[in-house]
Design a protein around this ligand. Structure first.
Ligand code: ZN
Length: 125
């Protein structure tokens, strides 16, 4: 985890800066991880051909599941821990914990003091 400056956008008003603990996943790392998950699905699906009955479903379901999980993991660009800064709404020092994974979609967080909604924007890596 490293500390980064992030931008918190509001529905109304100026965006504010805050500090967040961020772990970034580079594209090489994401490709390797997604590839190994998809590969594991194919291998497990292939092995399950030995199980009578189950193999009718598992031989295509497991590779498909592997691909689904792989694409989910591939979309994760970063993981965000705690965000600290000053809330633009209530003016209190806020500390938002365990924000979670960041994909291509918008991530909304709430001030832990007044629940003011803020959109988390990571700087381009
Ligand atoms: Zn607040």
């Amino acid at each position: 985890m490293s500390s980064e400056q992030v931008t918190l956008r509001q529905r109304k008003g100026e965006p504010v800066e805050a500090t967040a603990e961020v772990v970034r996943y580079g594209s090489g790392e994401r490709t390797t991880r997604a590839g190994s998950i998809a590969g594991a699905g194919v291998v497990l699906g292939g092995l399950s051909i030995l199980i009578p009955g189950v193999h009718l479903i598992s031989t295509w379901l497991l590779p498909l599941l592997g691909l689904g999980i792989a694409s989910y993991y591939y979309r994760i660009r970063a993981k965000v821990g705690r965000i600290t800064g000053t809330c633009p709404s209530c003016g209190e020092a806020m500390s938002i914990s365990d924000v979670g994974t960041v994909t291509d979609e918008a991530v909304w967080v709430r001030c832990d003091k007044c629940s003011h909604p803020l959109e988390l924007v990571l700087a381009e890596s």
